[in-house]
Design a protein around this ligand. Structure first.
Ligand SMILES: [Mg+2]
Length: 482
């Protein structure tokens, strides 16, 4: 970042418990998470600069426990409020280390779990503020940094045996070649996406087939199905989906950690006849050697994982152990943008394509920036790369993702695309928001529903303020100011 002469300070770090009642429609249902309520432990960083700009970030959770994440964010407040904004923005690497380095909070990890995710939310909020001040979308802000500036953002402790700062510099410097042309291509053509929405485990077969057909018709060249609860059901669902999309469309499978190692091998071999593009999270995300063993035994089916991999140190080992064919980083699992820069560079060093995890609430909005930065400034390629896309809850964001013919259009608004609409923050505040006060709206079943799953079109979930968004820098009308 260029020097920031501002004299302002960070005056507030506010956290909000925001939850969406997605479990009512089995959206997001998989073999390990049958009834998620997609939620965000939401952060707003405020300053006294007087420019009307705020930093927004969040952790994604799936309901219960979101209040624990909010508490962890609140525990970081003393590290953030009162800091000189210019000093923070001119040394975001140092800011990251100051949060991760709290010696007492560190005991709760280290660098994993609730506290680390809270750090990620705060770090991402500050990056959102930084990009807004620079007047650029985050992907562009990052791509415009000099390689030396990117390296200064990364904590190489624990990964230097696999990736030195000099090697990272080399990767970034090589990627300068052709960056301008890639940026033009990105803006013109977008970034490839795949569709997960057809394959939730709780959906009946007719809905899977209908949504799969819709995805292909709208330009997606890859879909994903949830598997792992019942082998007979999986064979039938895979046959249905493959029969619907034909042999030319990629079909990935996702077991969401359901199996042990040997069980995974047997199960995947049974599903291999349906030509899966990858098997995702076949076992525990912590089982590095187990994932490597599965990968060896199920080839040519490929292994993908990463959405629950909690830091750069674990990713380093997964890469060193040849455990992955695709690395699925997550914008909200690790310690924010800084740590994901390390993970992108590790993946580039090992030659493994990054296919980010998304979905949930707001993950698509965030992770597109990281993938686009990777294309411009790290890997320099779209080969074998694709970002997950799930078409839920985007309407709650001020700068929602835009999908055109199965590709993410590059966002152009300044920031990290992380800000939710103020009226959504108010309506979905838990437990006091209007969405949690009203009974479920029983509207008629959709075209693919066999009951009792309910309509698949998103209903109005309670009173929803359709008036234009209020002043952007106003705090939400409801929710704990903390
Ligand atoms: Mg997954």
């Amino acid at each position: 970042m260029r020097p920031h002469p501002t004299r302002g300070r960070i005056t507030a770090l506010d956290a909000y418990d925001i939850r969406f009642p997605t479990s009512r429609r089995l959206e997001g249902s998989d073999a390990m998470n049958p009834d998620p309520d997609y939620s965000a432990a939401y952060v707003i960083v405020r300053t006294d600069v007087g420019d009307g700009l705020e930093g927004h970030g969040f952790c994604f959770t799936i309901g219960r426990g979101n209040e624990v994440e909010v508490a962890a964010i609140n525990a970081l407040r003393s590290h953030v409020v009162g800091l000189r904004l210019g000093e923070v923005l001119s040394d975001l690497g140092g800011f990251w280390r100051s949060l991760v380095g709290d010696s007492q909070l560190r005991w709760l990890g280290p660098e994993k779990g609730v506290v680390h995710m809270a750090i990620g939310a705060v770090v991402n909020a500050v990056w959102d503020l930084c990009a807004k001040r620079e007047g650029k979308p985050l992907w562009k802000l990052l791509a415009d940094l000099a390689p030396e500036q990117v390296v200064a953002l990364i904590d190489f402790r624990y990964v230097e045996d696999a990736l030195t700062p000099d090697e990272a510099l080399g990767i970034l410097r090589r990627a300068r070649s052709g960056m301008g042309e890639r940026e033009e291509r990105l803006l013109a053509e977008g970034y490839p996406a795949y569709a997960t929405s057809p394959g939730w485990l709780g959906y009946p077969d007719s809905k899977v087939a209908g949504l799969a057909r819709e995805a292909v018709d709208s330009g997606f060249t890859q879909i994903k199905l949830k598997v792992g609860a019942d082998l007979g059901d999986d064979e039938r669902r895979c046959r249905t989906a493959r029969g619907t999309i034909g042999p030319g469309v990629r079909m990935a499978l996702d077991a969401n950690q359901r199996w042990g190692v040997d069980e995974a091998v047997g199960w995947i071999r049974r599903l291999a006849e349906f030509d899966p593009y990858w098997i995702e999270e076949p076992t525990s995300p912590d089982d590095i050697l187990g994932l490597a063993a599965i990968r060896r035994q199920v080839a040519p089916v490929r292994v993908a994982a990463g959405e629950h991999v909690h830091n750069r140190v674990m990713f380093k080992q997964l890469l060193q152990a040849d455990a992955l064919d695709f690395l699925q980083l997550d914008a909200c699992r690790v310690g924010g943008v800084n740590e994901n820069l390390a993970i992108l560079l590790l993946a580039a060093k090992f030659g493994i394509p990054v296919c980010p995890h998304a979905g949930g609430v707001g993950l698509c909005e965030l992770v597109q920036h990281l993938a686009m930065f990777d294309y411009l400034a790290v890997s320099g390629t779209l080969q074998d790369r694709v970002i997950e896309y799930v078409d839920h809850l985007h309407e709650h964001f001020l700068d929602p993702v835009v999908i055109v013919r199965g590709r993410y259009a590059a966002p152009t608004a300044p920031g990290f695309s992380s800000a939710m609409r103020p009226e959504s923050l108010a309506a979905y505040a838990f437990p006091g928001g209007a969405a949690w006060q009203t009974p479920y709206d029983e509207s008629p079943a959709g075209p693919y529903d066999e009951s009792p799953a309910g309509p698949y079109d998103e209903p109005p979930a309670g009173p929803y303020d359709e008036s234009p968004p209020g002043p952007y820098d106003d705090p939400p009308a409801e929710g704990p100011p903390a």
